[in-house]
Ligand binder design. Structure first.
Ligand code: GTP
Ligand code: SPV
Ligand code: MN
Length: 598
């Protein structure tokens, strides 16, 4: 029998034993039979307690407190290092509701199968109850979720990633409208690993994994897959987007939301440091992974970041590429699967200096540069509160969100897609997002570097039929009276030597400047068959070491490459099938014809 008591410093627990929350927790405890139930109240005191417990259990390794105060290293099971898209399911009554791009399984059968795996699964373990609020307290955007987990790493991480504990219980009140997230690591056997979403029940059951988007259920599972479903019926959008504020030397601030696939540059763009030449410019982060967008009373699109922390990619982060991130990671951060130096500091590829002798790799084994293998896992990450970000926007906690002037889509493309393109109107912009491609990365298991269609960077995260999702975007365009302009960018085009042509990172501000100037009608553009591009001289490239040849190559719209792109888009449109909106099929036809004519 589970010893179902709530242990906490403050004795906090659902006041009403008969509440939907208390009942659901009791049901899950009856199934999983934990020895102990710990109610997470979100207090610093409890976080300290849990952290010491995790250190005793060797789940967290304290880093050198002189070099990284309040920082810890976690090493995940080597078989459990990234999201597993092939084990992620949308469980709707019919397959059509999940659509052709999602794995589907029927709800009843899936509940039965997972219940058999979960039966007694927390015996000898603690079940942590984490009530969390997504979005600023008091915001019309905000939603409550509750995650039950047997992982202390997940429990601690959730307190960084979300507004957890008391604030969420307060927001829920006597309401029964909360996302029910049950997570159990079982024995971390990939054969018994499944991440299942039941959108009709606002429920997620995740078993057999303890890492990232598989386990922090507030993130991809609730804030994207389930929330996209809720957004469709409630008339808003849940997107895989960063939100940034860019301030010009005149002191005007513009807000931009950008969707790039996993490990394609959201965190980096969201906290960009402008190049020296752009002294009067500043960038502020509202969000770096997820945006919830609603039409405001002014007819414009408004956005909040539902999260309160960042789960960001470590490799490639340096004082050069992202100085704000390096400052942010100096304290109170959990690092997962990075390398550790003999002095108890962290190290990863691209951190900006050589690894000292005696560095241990992400699995804790002695490592040498000559060993050929990476010291940090390519999907190694940091978990850090947004409060640590030195350029956090003063509006990050604003219940009304921020007004969006531009939406940017972008992928990782070695060829074809130029540095920046502007859509001629909303439908064209939705088409650009819907048909975009990107090369796969280490953020999910599977082959890296394969170009696939990743519509709006939501291929792994849309909780329902993709064609219906495109229609929702088109409908939103019909309702928004002051629509943001839509753009497409590509920081990742390569030269014949396989090197990136565009310097990226802080220099991306040059493109952002053109984008915000376009939204204000302060700069012109040139038409190409695939969209609008900067006129010669309009992109400020002063002080940049970029040859004319490279600039030409990074901006080139190549007829042959685009003919291949059109073919690949056509194949994708066929996959979507009958729910693909006719407007987008027609846009594709027109694009094909324009390229033929060019
Ligand atoms: P997720 O957290 O997986 O959603 O990733 P993300 O979209 O936030 O990507 P992130 O900013 O963490 O960047 C992923 C990788 O791309 C890192 O290794 C970065 O160093 C690299 N990167 C980011 N921006 C640029 C850029 O402008 N140019 C180049 N060449 N690389 C970049
Ligand atoms: C992504 O893969 O897009 C991430 C990391 O942001 S995870 O939380 O694992 O989904
Ligand atoms: Mn992401």
């Amino acid at each position: 029998m589970p010893q179902a008591f709530f242990s906490t410093d403050r004795g906090e627990r659902p006041e009403n034993k008969g509440s939907a929350l208390a009942q659901w927790i009791a049901e899950c405890a009856k199934l999983t039979q934990p020895d102990r139930i710990v109610w997470c109240d979100g207090s610093q005191e409890q976080k300290r307690q849990l952290t010491s417990e995790a250190v005793r259990a060797k789940t967290l390794i304290p880093l050198n407190p002189q070099k990284r105060p309040g920082c810890y290293l976690h090493r995940s099971n080597p078989n459990d290092v990234a999201r597993t898209e092939e084990l992620t399911f949308i469980c709707t009554p019919s397959r059509d509701e999940a659509g052709p791009t999602n794995n589907w399984s029927p709800p009843d059968e899936t509940y039965r199968k997972l219940s058999s795996w979960l039966d007694g699964s927390m015996k000898g373990r603690t079940m942590y109850v984490i009530p969390y609020l997504m979005g600023p307290a008091g915001s019309p955007f905000a939603k409550v979720g509750v995650e039950l987990t047997d992982s202390i790493y997940v429990a601690i991480s959730m307190q960084i990633m979300t507004r957890a504990g008391h604030v969420a219980v307060e927001a829920l009140g006597e309401n029964d409208d909360f996302s029910r997230n049950l997570h159990c690591t079982l024995d971390l056997d990939p054969q018994r690993r499944l991440i299942c979403h039941f959108p009709q029940d606002n429920t997620v059951w995740s078993v057999g994994s303890g890492y990232g988007g598989n386990a922090l259920l507030s993130k991809k599972c609730f804030a994207l897959r389930i929330a996209s479903w809720l957004g469709r019926s409630e008339g808003w959008l849940a997107e895989h987007m960063l939100i940034l504020g860019v301030q010009n030397p005149q002191g005007e601030t513009f807000y931009v939301a950008a969707a790039f696939p996993s490990a394609c540059g959201k965190t980096n763009l969201a906290m960009l440091t402008p190049p020296a030449r752009f002294g009067g410019w500043r960038v502020f982060t509202v969000g770096e992974d997820i945006a919830w967008l609603r039409i405001g009373p002014d007819g414009g699109l408004w956005a909040v970041n539902p999260e309160a922390g960042y789960f960001g990619v470590a490799p490639g982060t340096s004082a050069h590429s992202n100085p704000n991130a390096m400052r942010m990671l100096a304290h109170d951060t959990i690092f997962t699967n990075v390398a550790m130096t003999p002095e108890g500091d962290v190290w990863w590829e691209g951190i900006g200096q050589e690894a000292p002798e005696g560095t241990l790799d992400w699995q804790g084994r002695p490592w040498k540069p000559s060993s050929g293998a990476k010291a940090a896992h390519p999907n190694s990450r940091f978990t850090t509160p947004m409060r640590n970000n030195p350029v956090l926007s003063p509006h990050a906690d604003d219940p009304t969100g921020v007004p969006i002037s531009a939406i940017i889509f972008g992928g990782r493309r070695a060829t074809t897609v130029p540095l920046v393109l502007e859509a001629v109107d909303w439908v064209h912009g939705v088409f650009m997002g819907a048909t975009m491609g990107s090369e796969t990365t280490a953020a999910a298991t599977g082959q890296v570097g394969v170009t696939r269609r990743d519509p709006m960077a939501m291929l792994p995260f849309c909780g329902y039929d993709m064609g219906s999702y495109f229609s929702h975007w088109l409908r939103t365009g019909g309702r928004v009276t002051r629509p943001p302009r839509i753009f497409m960018v590509n920081w990742f085009r390569q030269g014949p030597d396989g090197k990136f042509l565009w310097p990226g990172y802080g220099e991306n501000l040059r493109v952002l400047k053109w984008i915000v100037d376009r939204t204000m009608g302060r700069v012109g553009a040139r038409s190409t068959p695939v969209g609008l591009v900067p006129k010669h001289g309009d992109l400020d490239l002063g002080g940049l070491d970029l040859t004319a040849d490279k600039l030409k190559e990074v901006s080139r719209v190549d007829r042959g490459e685009w003919k291949a792109e059109i073919e690949s888009q056509a194949a994708f449109i066929r996959t979507i099938g009958a729910t693909m909106p006719a407007e987008l099929v027609e846009t594709h036809r027109q694009l094909g014809a324009a390229i033929e004519r060019s």
